[in-house]
Design a protein around this ligand. Sequence first.
Ligand code: ADP
Ligand code: TRP
Length: 330
Amino acid sequence: MAKTIVTGIKPTGIAHIGNYFGAIKPAIELSNKEDYNCFYFIADYHALTTVKNKQELKENSFKIACIWLACGLDPNKVTLYRQSDVPQVCELSWILSCITAKGFMNRAHAYKNIVEKNKEIGSEEDDGVNMGLFNYPILMASDIVLLNSNYVPVGKDQLQHIEIARDMVKIFNKTFGNSLIMPSAITEKEQAIILGTDGQKMSKSYGNIIPIICESNQLQKLISKIVTDSSLPNQPKNTNCTIFNLYKLFANEQEIMSFETEFKKGISWAEAKKILFEKMDSFLEPIRQKYLFYFNNPQIVEEILLKGAQKVRPIAEETITRVKKAVGLK
Ligand code: ADP
Ligand code: TRP
């Protein structure tokens, strides 16, 4: 039987090159393989843990849907939907939270990091933590389990969340009898962390992103800001740098080899940035065009999302009924 794949992206900001290579591209590639049933969603309930502005949440959700479609998601192959259109996920989340030890959630990375930061600056441990954020991994486990997911493609930073989901399935099945499918993570073996303009991990939280969708001149400006070492024109340059690593993502073998030769010969940073800009700009141009199409046709996007939700709800209903029977609510 075809395996089920589920993954989600939070609509919390502007999607960037790190999201593209770390999450979007691998998920779309998987959907092009024949033997998978793919369900990709916009994790808007998850975004609500941090976004507190209704316009912003709506816009971000719509833009993330446009990004998925612009990057090549084929709605005939992938069921694309909005998490909040399938409210059964919240019902499941409550039931799973009743078999989850609080101490277990204390150890989840996202929560632990906030607590540690608060301690460092002498604030209350739980400052800025809402219950949605604390329960985040339980809702994520519910997303996965609700659709009987076998595989979950994620970036390495999400592996702990998948481990948590697996532990919940184990506990549930042990307590109530085998009713839930055990999911496994799929991560790209070779997937490097993509670096931002300042040389640390590209992330919305660090203000160092290169968006997937931006005007050519903005792209050029961002590339010109990439931090380089102080080697002068004509001096050989180290290829272990942000410019070269970004170039590798967009170029073919041949192009990478000749860029490497230029580095050895001592290309100037200005020239290297120009070559990187041209490569990225031509790669991103068709994505921009497709994005504009969907952005200007919101009714098409909405229709795709509603159709997606219609496909997902009966599966969700089946799981919830099975789970309620297993625990004695039905
Ligand atoms: P951000 O750090 O910008 O908030 P998210 O946490 O929303 O990004 O990540 C969404 C997805 O994109 C995750 O699957 C994550 O693994 C992937 N991702 C994010 N940043 C990077 C990066 N710099 N390199 C590779 N993958 C990334
Ligand atoms: N937590 C994921 C992220 O921050 C998003 C997400 C929510 C997700 N639910 C999921 C990913 C279910 C995979 C499966 O990127």
